[in-house]
Structure formats: C-alpha cells, structure tokens
Design a binder for this molecule. Sequence first.
Ligand code: UTP
Length: 294
Amino acid sequence: MYPKVRKAVIPAAGLGTRVLPASKAMPKEMLPIVDKPAIQYIVEEAVASGITDILIITNRGKSDIENHFDRVPELEERLLAAGRQDVYDEVVGLTRMANILFVRQKETKGLGHAVNCARSFVGNEPFAILFGDDVILGEKPVTAQLCEAYEKYGLGVVGTKEVTPQVAMRGSSLRLERLEGETNVFRCTDLVEKVKREEDLFSNYTILGRCVCPPEIFDILDHTPPGVGNEIQLTDALAVLAKTKGMTAVDFVGKRYDMGNKFGILQATVDVALAHPEVREEFSAYIKQIAATL
Ligand code: UTP
C-alpha cells in the first residue's frame, strides 16, 4: 500500500466568466445549492474522504470564502440565546471540519498555475485536487474513490466519466487501457485538452473535477508553458505525468454538477432540493405543478 492521501487543494481563483453577472462581486464557489455554498459541499467531500488538511486557492475577490469557514461570535451568541442549537452546531461545525488554509493566486494564469501555488503546503506528499466549481454528489465520496486507486497503484489518478464527443472536445480526452482485475480503474497513458477535430480525441472519457497527484507534479508545472487560452493548464502537466511516470483514471460513481455553468447550477439546485428533508415535499409538489404546464 502507498501512503494515505491527507491533503487536498481546492483551486477557487477563477474569474467565473460563464456565470456573470452572478459572479461579479460574489465568488461562483459561494453560489448556494439550496442552503449551502458550493464550496462547502466540496470541503465536506474531502473531509468524508479522510482529508485532514485543505488549502483553498483564492484571489483578492474571494474573501467571502474565507469568511464562510471562519467563526462569527455575534451570530453564534444570538443563535444560542434564541435556543437554535441545531443551527449553531451547523455554523460552528463547518469551521471545524478540517484544518483549512488559504493562499492567493496573485494573477489568474490558469488552473495549473493555481495548483502550483500549493507547493509549500503540499511538501513531499501525494494530494487531492478538487476543482472549486465542480460539486459531485453520491453515496461514496469521489475523492475517496480516487484516493483508493492512489493507495493501491501509487500513481496519479484522474476522476473521469464517459461523455459525448462534443463535451470531450470542450474539455480533455484520455487515452486509456483497462487494468486487469478492475472494472472502473484504467491506466491513463496520455491526454489532450480542447481538440478541434473529433478524430483527434483519444476517447470520450474526460477529466471531471477531481484528481490525485504525486508531488512531482510541481516540477512538471514549473516547466509547463502557457497552453490553451494562454494559461498554464493542469491538463498539460498531467499529460507529461501520464507519459512519464504513468497515471490511472477512475470512472467514478457520483453525479457531477458544473457550478461554473448556469445549467449545472440549476440541476444541482433541483436535485438537492428534491432530496432535502426541509423542503422536498413542498418543492416536489411545486415542480409537478410547473411540469404539468410545460
Ligand atoms: P474554470 O476554467 O472552470 O474556471 O477552472 P474559470 O476560469 O473561473 O471559468 P470561466 O471559464 O471564466 O467561467 C476550473 C477551476 O480552476 C480554478 C477555478 O476557480 C475553477 O475552480 N481556477 C481557474 C483558478 O483557481 N485559477 C485560475 O487561474 C483559473
């Protein structure tokens, strides 16, 4: 068995241009899904996967994220005085979930550049990366599914799902080989980002919001030139890792919501509301009523 993954990095310093104007003054990672901001679901997933130390990469416009994971004594006193112990437990509990640290990406130079801001936090350990705008819900946390593959094979891991060629062309495309004895874990030997022609896709498997990297990724990132959009792309660094040391890919179980996209936000809201004990009855009656008029 390879070392346990204890640390996670959540890049949340993107500009969120696809969800403007909502993300103009408020980080898109703080957009609520019913009653919790997206980033809280992501931190909860990391914690449920055994992660104890989390570094959130922010920028000058994202201090709401730091505030959300901080204590608010006046509010807490008010809740206690009003006998609202359950809400008190919830707002205090979320500040104690893990050791949460923050660092600023000073210029928005891409996801790879954001991850490279985590070098001194990570040190010489494997670490998980959870994209700050990808919420993935399911019975077993996705990060835990990826960490298991890391602990078994000792190689970097990407979380993947099969998508349509159109979606793979907009994101990444993985070259995969089935691993013996595995049903949903593959060896990943190469990947490309944003191909222009369908015939240039390796497969319809694309990276969706999660990976686990060995610390070697930082030296690779140091030598990764700007790629698509003139940004330092994490996928370019992962491609080097896949071609040299090798990687695995886990076809994970869970439903992914792209919170950087208007439709993804709506899907997440509807699905979470329909399962939420406080609102599900009223909301499902409402949805049925609306659906009948469509
Ligand atoms: P995205 O490309 O989805 O985020 O990056 P974005 O740049 O905010 O999106 P649009 O296209 O402008 O709407 C994936 C993740 O990487 C983070 C984002 O916050 C998101 O969680 N990111 C991206 C950074 O932390 N820094 C960057 O320079 C770019």
